[in-house]
Every structure is written in structure tokens, then in C-alpha cells.
Design a protein around this ligand. Structure first.
Ligand code: GSH
Length: 82
């Protein structure tokens, strides 16, 4: 399945180094994903908490409504679904 067939949102923190690693991977591979920065946006932070079973860890890729944590897993998912 291609990336376009999924509804994706990447919740991230601007200065989080794990988020930076994911954003850099996306940029280097010309992959565009809607981003929501959570540390400067309380509504986005609460949204993340609700989607992510109470956790606020970033980066969090939400794939068709399901949260995926861990930057390495997120990058691996993009590689597998590119
Ligand atoms: N092993 C995780 C580490 C992620 C991580 O430590 N994120 C920090 C920010 S740099 C975080 O969200 N901490 C707050 C929390 O867990 O609620 C990854 O590679 O994604």
C-alpha cells in the first residue's frame, strides 16, 4: 500500500532530537506528512494524549487513527510503505 492510501499525522516536538531524526528522514526522502507540533500547542498536546492512550511521547505517527511510537519504528514504517 502506498503512503497516499493512509491518513497520516506526525505529532512532534520542535526541539526533540528523535523528532528531528524523523523530520530529517522525511525531508531527505521528499515525503510530505502533516505535522502537529505539541509543545507549543496545548490543543495538539491534548489531542496526542487522547490518541496515544494517555502518553505524550513524541514523535508519534498516527496511521489511520492508530498511534505508532519510537522514531526507529516510524522511519522503518516509512521505508516499508514508501
Ligand atoms: N525512544 C524514543 C524516545 C522518544 C523521546 O524520548 N521523546 C521525548 C522527547 S525528546 C518525549 O516525548 N518525552 C516526554 C514523554 O515521554 O512524555 C524514540 O526514539 O522515539
Amino acid at each position: 500500500m502506498s503512503l497516499n492510501s493512509h491518513n497520516l499525522v506526525l505529532y512532534h516536538g520542535e526541539t526533540c532530537k528523535y523528532c528531528l531524526k524523523v523530520r530529517r528522514f522525511l525531508s531527505e526522502n521528499n515525503i510530505e506528512v502533516p505535522l502537529k507540533e505539541v509543545w507549543g500547542d496545548e490543543a495538539a498536546f491534548e489531542e496526542l494524549r487522547a490518541i496515544n492512550n494517555g502518553k505524550t511521547q513524541v514523535p508519534c505517527l498516527v496511521i489511520d487513527g492508530k498511534p505508532m511510537l519510537e522514531s526507529d519504528d516510524i522511519i522503518a514504517w516509512f521505508k516499508a510503505n514508501q
